[in-house]
Design a protein around this ligand. Structure first.
Ligand SMILES: [Zn+2]
Length: 279
């Protein structure tokens, strides 16, 4: 079977299975009560996902594996050198691609216009599995472009790219679960992977806490670059998620989510970066 087909099947099977698994988990043991009906928010966030998928597929006509195959012979690539053991190159590929996601995410928080685009993800009035798909198409296109560029430049092994993609697909839903791991599992697992409790802090309404825990799969970049925060100031049970001024039903409108980056900036958001720096 060609790599592209293996990628397509494995990605979408994992995508659906993880979404359903996390949805069942959080419906049995929700961490926070949702402010609205899950059906409505899941439907709206599903529409955003469809819009993003159509735009990014139509624009790039490529996937990470397709790019990896196309640039496998890049003579300047660092991760296609035969003198580096294959397993080492695969591990480096997974680490590199996760670091790219950390760096891109942090950049979206640091650059004014990019933050306006990324705040669509943060303006979700609640935090659950569907939050993972609430991403503005501009963010998807720019992030995907950066991801493809790194694959083209470093020429990592195709299998390494595929593993990174699958781990990220799983982690995206798992990390946005409106549920918590039991205490005995949270501590050791958080040393290896970003857990829902860790990523939820990034979705705190407190601006300073939004500038922490940027990691996608692995928590090591946050620890290395000192953006790791173990607990929110208000505690996990009392912390408020979302963006101040946007914690209402209107934030679930499809038109609102697609146009939010271009709407006049709210006062609270204008002062956000300044207050985050002071924190
Ligand atoms: Zn963010």
């Amino acid at each position: 079977m060609p790599w592209e087909r293996i990628e397509s099947y494995s990605y979408w099977i994992l995508f659906v299975a993880t979404f359903l698994g996390v949805a069942v988990w959080e419906s049995f043991r929700p961490k926070q009560e949702l402010s609205g009906a899950p059906g409505r928010r899941w439907g709206r966030h599903g529409l955003v996902l469809i819009v993003c998928t159509v735009i990014s597929v139509g624009l790039y006509l490529a996937s990470p594996v397709v790019v990896a195959i196309a640039f496998a012979g890049n003579r300047y690539g660092l991760l296609n050198k035969p003198w580096i053991p294959f397993v080492v190159r695969c591990i480096l590929a997974v680490l590199l691609l996760d670091f790219v996601k950390y760096a891109v995410h942090r950049t979206f928080h640091s650059v004014s216009f990019l933050w306006r685009v990324h705040q669509v993800h943060h303006s979700d009035p609640d935090f659950d599995v569907s939050t993972a798909t609430r991403v503005h198409p501009i963010e998807v296109v720019l992030s995907q472009g950066a991801y493809f560029a790194v694959i083209a430049i470093f020429a990592p092994p195709v299998i390494g790219v595929l593993v990174a993609e699958l781990v990220s697909a799983f982690q995206s839903f798992f990390g946005h679960a409106n549920a918590s791991l039991p205490g005995w599992a949270e501590k050791p697992l958080r040393r290896l992977f970003v857990t829902p409790d860790m990523h939820r802090i990034h979705h705190s309404e407190a601006a300073g806490e939004q500038c922490t825990n940027y990691g996608d799969c692995f928590p090591w970049w946050d620890r290395l670059f000192r953006t790791y925060l173990a607990e929110p100031a208000a505690g996990q049970d009392r912390m408020v998620v979302g963006l101040k001024g946007f914690q209402n039903d209107a934030s679930l409108g499809l038109a609102f989510m697609l146009t939010q980056p271009f709407l006049p900036e709210k006062k609270e958001q204008a002062s956000r970066i300044a207050s985050a720096e002071q924190a």
